[in-house]
Structures are given as C-alpha cells and as structure tokens.
Ligand binder design. Structure first.
Ligand code: ADP
Ligand code: MG
Length: 380
C-alpha cells in the first residue's frame, strides 16, 4: 500500500489587479510570484524579513484559464477517474481572490446572474467535465460507462440540493448526511441526473448555478459564505467481465476563508456566524492535524464539509488544492494565512485506491490464472 501514497497537490494562483482596484490605487507590494513558477516570496515590512513559499506550481496574474488547465494536468487526473479512482479539486482563499473565476469562469451581469457562454475565460469545471467525457470516448470498446451528476451547497451547516429548486425554499431544513459501509459520508435524497454527454453534464452544472442565485435570495447563502460541490459519478461496466469500477470526481468551490467572516460582521447572530464558519474552521483543523501528525485524531465529523471531503484529505482519493490570492496589500493577512494552510495541505498524503468491486477483482485474477495455466499447458 505504501508505494501508492500521493501528496495532495497544491498550487497557488494570484489573480490580476482588477481595473477598479487599480483606479483606487491599490497595489501588491508584498506577495511576489517567482519566475521559476514554483515559489512565491512574501515580504514582511515590519520585520524587514522575507520568506519563500514553495508549491507544486504557482500561477501569476498573467496566467490564463487555458494555461491553468494544461499545467494542472487535469487530463491525467480525469484519466485516473476513468480508471476508477476518486479525485477532488478544490479552491481555497479569501472572498474575491478568484476561486469562482477559477472554477466557473463565467461572467456575471449586474443582477449577479451568470452569463453562460463558452469563451476563453471558461473555468476548470467546464474544461474538466469535457476532458472526462473525451477520455471516456477513447476508452476500450467493451467497457460501457454511465455518468451521473449531483450538485450541493453547504450553508450554515445545512446541505441543499442545487439541482432541486423545490428544496431551496426559505425554511428548508436541508438534506441529511449518512455514513455508508465503505467509510464514506453521503447525502440522502439528492437528485441524481444521468449525463450522456459533456453538454448534458454542463447544463446541469449551469442550472445549479442559476439555482444558487435563487438560494442566495431565499436562504441568504451568498457564495462568500457557502460551499458548493459538483460531483460526477462514474460507473464502468465491462461487458465481458461484469461490473468493474466506480469512481467520483468532486469539483469544490469553498466559502471565503477571510478572518472577518469569523466575527459575524454582516449583522449575523453569533450562533449563525459560528455555524457558517464551522466548515472552514474544521477544514483548517483537519489540515493542521494531518500535517503535524498522521496518528492524531482527525476531527472530520465536526462539520458537514469535512465529513464529505474525508476521503479527499488524508483518504483514498487524488486531491488538488488551488489556493487563490488577492494581489492587494489590504488582504495581506488573509493571503498569508491561505499560503500557510496551503503549505500544510501540501504535506498531507492520500492513498488513492481504485474502486473495483471485489467480485470482479476475483474474476479478473482467475481469468489471468487460467490464461497462465493454458500457456503452461501449451508449452508442455
Ligand atoms: P471568489 O470566488 O474567490 O470570491 P471571484 O472568483 O468572484 O472570487 O473573483 C473576484 C473578482 O475578480 C471577479 O470579478 C472575477 O471576475 C475577478 N477575477 C478573479 N480572478 C481573475 C482572473 N484570473 N482574471 C481576471 N479576473 C479575475
Ligand atoms: Mg466565489
């Protein structure tokens, strides 16, 4: 098992200064991506010190969505998913740092409705979904794939189904989370949509985005305070051997990680503010615990988000974390904190496991053995 250990891959993206910020004279003088594309230098003017942070990859403000997709090798990641491994991609960082731009890449109109059209700015979700379906097309002909998708939002420790508008009403209690035999949490009564093509999967993602707007009105779950997880679930049926593998790709856009969110600054009751922040608070605890000592108790169950991401962080999945940074000195503390958690996350190992159903595994091994014996017999 040991040889399959894989670190969580951690990259940093520093977004460009926006025209409005530039008009206000805001600048970045403290976080500088290096030309090696692997590190950042952070300056602490108070102490006149500087510190270098190293990551698997660093994207500066000039990097395009296309470049990001290519350098993250998401094509190889979806190959793993098609082979039966689970994988998770998530963005982490303060509000306004580019998490949603990185994942969705859609423009929003003045009413905050997404303007959904394909252009060079489309983000990692549409690109990765397309890559997954392309990979399936190229796979062996005796294997039949079925894909379905789900899309949830976690707000205030409640889970809402973004693909079920009827459930996004003001007093909705949200959906229940359950625990299954393969040591995984799952959400009960979630709408699951079969997807035969890339376009179909994407149209579900897009309708989930529109429902997010409705949810933000109905339950006040603005994207800076809620987490969303778009999942594609695959099942591969080998027509010669029976069922073989199942796997899941989770694409996660987290709530803003800034400190001010911890204080209930938007007139929220303290309890509400604590509930909203439980997920990120616990996520940071999980990251720190795993980074410091793999033997210690890991508090996954303390929040819905970390329960659902249990196998992604210190579990059996491949995982990629994209830490997003606002290039503005005003956000320095939150950026610095993001880099520190990103460094810790980068030291966490997962042990990716191919999800082959045990019966099929035995049949496969027996078939191999028969082949070997036949060969021996032929040679005798
Ligand atoms: P977050 O989801 O982290 O709160 P957003 O993705 O909404 O942040 O980004 C904040 C603003 O910055 C948006 O207007 C977005 O379009 C813009 N932005 C973010 N990243 C980039 C980028 N790489 N290039 C151009 N604009 C960006
Ligand atoms: Mg966002």
């Amino acid at each position: 098992m040991e040889e399959n250990r894989t670190r969580i891959e951690v990259v940093v993206r520093v977004r460009p200064i926006l025209p409005e910020e530039s008009r206000q004279g805001l600048i970045n003088s403290r976080i500088q991506p290096e030309t090696d594309k692997k590190s950042l230098v952070v300056k602490f003017p108070e102490s006149k010190q500087q510190k270098r942070f190293k990551f698997d990859d660093v994207f500066d403000e000039s990097s395009t969505q296309e470049e990001l997709f290519a350098r993250l090798k998401l094509n190889s990641l979806v190959k793993k998913v098609v082979e039966g491994f689970n994988a998770t991609v998530f963005t982490y960082g303060p509000t306004g740092s580019g998490k949603t731009f990185t994942m969705e890449g859609y423009e929003y109109d003045k009413g905050l409705k997404p303007i959904i059209k394909e252009n060079e700015n489309i983000g990692l979700v549409p690109r990765t979904v397309k890559a997954l379906f392309d990979e399936i097309k190229q796979s062996e002909s005796q294997v039949e794939y079925t894909v379905n998708c789900t899309y949830i939002q976690i707000y205030n420790e409640n889970i809402y189904d973004l693909l079920n508008p009827a459930q996004l009403t003001p007093n909705s209690p949200g959906l229940k989370m359950r625990w299954n035999k393969s040591d995984e949490f799952y959400v009960e009564n979630l709408c699951i949509f079969p997807c035969f093509t890339y376009q179909e999967a994407l149209s579900h993602f897009n309708s989930g985005l529109r429902n997010k707007i409705m949810a933000s009105h109905n339950i006040n779950s603005t994207s800076s305070r809620s987490h969303s997880i778009f999942s594609l679930n695959l099942e591969a049926l080998d027509k010669e051997e029976g069922r073989i593998v199942s796997s899941r790709l989770q694409l996660v856009d987290l709530a803003g990680s800034e400190k001010t969110a911890m204080t209930g600054n938007e007139g929220l009751a303290l309890k509400e503010s604590i509930e909203i922040n439980k997920a990120l608070f616990t996520l940071r605890q999980v990251i720190t615990t795993l980074a410091e000592n793999n033997e210690a108790f890991v508090p996954y169950r303390n929040s819905k988000l970390t329960s659902l991401l249990k196998q992604s962080i210190g579990g059996n999945s491949y995982c990629l974390m994209i830490a997003c940074i606002s290039p503005i000195d005003t956000f320095f503390e939150d950026n610095h904190s993001t880099l520190n958690y990103a460094i810790q996350a980068g030291s966490i190992s997962n042990i990716p496991v191919q999800n082959i159903d045990p019966k099929t595994k035995i049949i496969r091994e027996l078939k191999k053995e028969i082949k070997r014996l036949k060969k021996e017999l032929d040679q005798a």
